[in-house]
Design a protein around this ligand. Sequence first.
Ligand code: CTP
Length: 406
Amino acid sequence: MNDLAGKHVVLGLSGGIACYKAAELCRALIKAGASVQVVMTEAAAQFITPVTMQALSNRPVYTSQWDVREHNNMAHINLSREADAILIAPCSADFIARLLHGRADDLLSLLCLARPIAQVPLLIAPAMNREMWAHPATQRNLAQLQADGATLLGVGSGFQACGETGDGRMLEPQELLEDVIAFFQPQRLAGQQVLITAGPTYEAIDPVRGITNLSSGKMGFAIARAAREAGAQVTLVAGPVGLPTPRGVTRVDVRSARDMFEAVMQHAQAAALFVATAAVADWRPASAAAQKIKKDGTGQCPSMAFTENPDILASVAQSPRAQSGALFCVGFAAESHDLLAHASAKRARKGVPLLVGNIGPATFGQDDNALLLVDEHGAHELPRASKLELARQLIANIADRIRAAA
Ligand code: CTP
């Protein structure tokens, strides 16, 4: 994925053991298409050498404001004017304090102060011991830095190099990469609450067997990520899948269609958008056996009665909030043939303004897909692309519809 193509990032390292993660981060940014200019403080160079960062970024590293390689000897101006963003990772407690006070006695703090504040965003990935993180001075400084326009990318929690356990670890390189990619996405759903279902459901036959389907959950998880990137607060109600939770998304794990129904009804109260991608089982065994069903030796198969599951999407679409236009509902249809006809019929049956059709066998478990958007006016195709790319296009399309309806 070339999510950062054309972006130029100044990656600033201040002193901390998390500098070892900055090497991986630098590679990840470049693999995502960014060009990276590394700037290090003197303290950072105690933890990792500029040679390593130069080799990874394929550019000479800057460590001093007296760098004679710059013709005008103004590295702080030249470096900050070229950047689409400055990312400080790791950002030590001391460096946070320096930024807060507008100090300018080393190159990295100097270029942060000199950056055109409206054009060059400053992103901060703190890294420190848990006591330093929790200290009122650090928290006060961070609050003020955010008020001054910096974006705080948060910290991880867990075992720290000092031997203690708690908050303050620098986020992992892949987490930071996701955050940087998200930062550059248009904020089309800023502040909106979005509810998404994803994956299959599992309907128990007995304690060890059940009925499920081949839905991987990938499309729904990609939509959750795209909605969060667009600035939404996202709740993802997921059936049994082993996918990692997208950054910043609240995940509610469920098993059966009825569990999913309850979770959705609870969270739909506050949502402005509901996207139902889950492949919900239409029926469940009328009664699940309390104990494993055993063969009785006669060769006779057990017979099974089924009962219909609640239709989650149709129920939400009929709720007063959806009917009044406060909640926009989007359904999915996985078909094997006659996509347009089936999707149009399903849209009417479910009572939703937008239904997204795809060919089930061609998409289940795959990383790419093609979508057909069906609304009251007709159909519009989103051609084959990665599920994340399609998810971003779909979210942009839905955001336009929500804005037009407001
Ligand atoms: N859906 C739901 N609750 C159900 C069944 C489906 O919310 N109990 C949602 C799905 O998440 C999806 C859409 O409804 O958004 C799919 O509709 P559905 O009629 O279930 O599709 P199919 O099962 O494929 O229907 P059919 O058997 O008629 O093809």
